[in-house]
Design a protein around this ligand. Structure first.
Ligand SMILES: *Cc1c(COP(=O)(O)O)cnc(C)c1O
Length: 395
């Protein structure tokens, strides 16, 4: 194929700053570009490709579904969509699923459900939502308003009204915003784009209490941290709390566009025919992916594997943090790790890319690592060696 990077620049909107290469193929934890250069992928398509590339069981499940039925409207259930939804319910300990196509659609849907629940209770559509600064919930005009980052919002106004922002791990900052119109509080248990910031247990449990007292929906956005990435199938199990509404995407399809919002019995009952919809949402093809992701996580004990290898990664990163003064802090849960430097990380990330390793930043000073779950200790060793080399060059 004789296409090149510049041809891409000619035909695409300049919405992204992209690497000057064309990725052609993936296998296991590695990606290959059109020149045959190999990259160790510690980013996994922004935490999507949890099974790595060309996982045989996943590929087989999708191929089988392709040969049977890829799409039918949501006027019908299909056997595979029911199977996928049952697995979501079982894994989340929640009750009712709505499949959509992306993380932004999952948070939009969660927002609509919380507002509908409030509307049925109060008879007026004047609800408010509390989100957090440095959060990320998507790029559509509703979800970008939930996203506590003015840079992403400014040119696109007017956006939806009634969203206010507290600060992570500062319960008082949220309490101050709660009033009789508050319909929902939306939080990522581990903020991803905002710099890999885990919530403290005190904070999340405190939010749960506020929501219980005032009958407010707690929406947990596990689009990035969910589906096993942090070492439990859902991150909230580590906090001993339950959401009223959960948002999933990224790892739930492991490479096909699918998201979901999942509700408790009580809150889910607010959704009635005609309230929400999606043409593609949860079609048989993507549900085959969802179903096989749950099967593979279980059959291959991948979440236990995440616990084991993430411990190894954390030890190695902590040891770097002790050795290099330029590192401010390591933080994260499981295979969702961030390394904050005292300086911008761009040169490190660019050098790693030249050296055949893919990672990205989360904010200017944080290196974000989201390797596929199938990563082994030898890959971590390779990663740490190259990371250390580029840190040395920075000094
Ligand atoms: C990526 C992300 C989203 C948005 O998902 P898209 O599929 O890009 O729309 C929402 N919330 C969180 C926490 C994310 O990491």
């Amino acid at each position: 194929m004789s296409v090149n990077y510049n041809e891409g620049e000619n035909v695409f909107l300049k919405a992204y700053g992209r690497y000057e290469t064309l990725i052609e193929r993936g296998e296991g934890v590695y990606l290959y570009d059109t020149n045959g250069k190999k990259y160790l992928d510690f980013f996994a398509g922004i935490g999507v490709n949890s099974l790595g590339y060309q996982h045989p069981k996943y590929t087989k499940a999708l191929t089988q579904q392709l040969n049977q039925l890829t799409h039918v409207s949501n006027y019908f259930y299909t056997p595979i969509s029911i199977e996928a939804a049952k697995k979501v319910v079982k894994a989340t300990h929640l009750s009712k699923v709505f499949f959509c196509n992306s993380g932004a659609e999952a948070t939009e849907g969660a927002l609509k459900l919380a507002r509908k629940y409030y509307y049925l209770k109060n008879g007026v559509a004047d609800s408010e939502i509390i989100s957090l600064n440095h959060s990320f919930h998507g790029r559509s005009t509703g979800s970008v308003k939930l996203t506590g980052n003015e840079n992403y919002q400014k040119p696109f106004g007017p956006l939806i009204e009634g969203v206010q922002y507290g600060n992570i791990n500062d319960l008082e900052s949220v309490k101050r915003l709660v009033n009789d119109k508050t319909a929902a509080i939306i939080v990522e248990p581990v903020q991803g784009e905002g710099g890999v910031n885990p919530c403290t247990k005190e904070f999340l449990v405190g939010l749960r209490q506020i929501c219980d007292e005032k009958d407010i929906c707690l929406i947990l956005d596990e689009v990035q941290c969910g589906m096993g990435r942090t070492g439990t199938i859902m991150t909230y199990f580590q906090y001993d709390i339950m959401p009223d509404i959960l948002c999933l995407a990224k790892g739930i399809g492991a490479g096909v566009p699918v998201g979901a919002f999942v509700a408790s019995e009580k809150v889910g009952a607010a959704m009635q025919p005609g309230d929400h919809g999606s043409t593609y949402g949860g079609n048989p093809f993507v549900c085959a992916a969802v179903s096989s992701v749950f099967d593979i996580l279980e059959e291959e004990h991948l979440i236990e594997h995440v616990q084991e290898v993430s411990q190894y990664l954390i030890e190695k990163l902590d040891s770097l943090a002790n050795q290099y003064d330029i590192i401010k802090e390591r933080r994260g849960l499981g295979l969702m790790q961030g390394l904050e430097l005292k300086v911008p990380v761009k040169p490190v990330i660019n050098e790693l890319f030249e050296d055949g390793v893919i990672v990205v930043s989360a904010g200017a000073n944080v290196i974000r690592m989201l390797p596929p779950f199938i990563v082994e200790k030898e890959h971590i060793d390779e990663f740490i060696k190259k990371l250390e080399k580029s840190l040395k060059n920075l000094k």
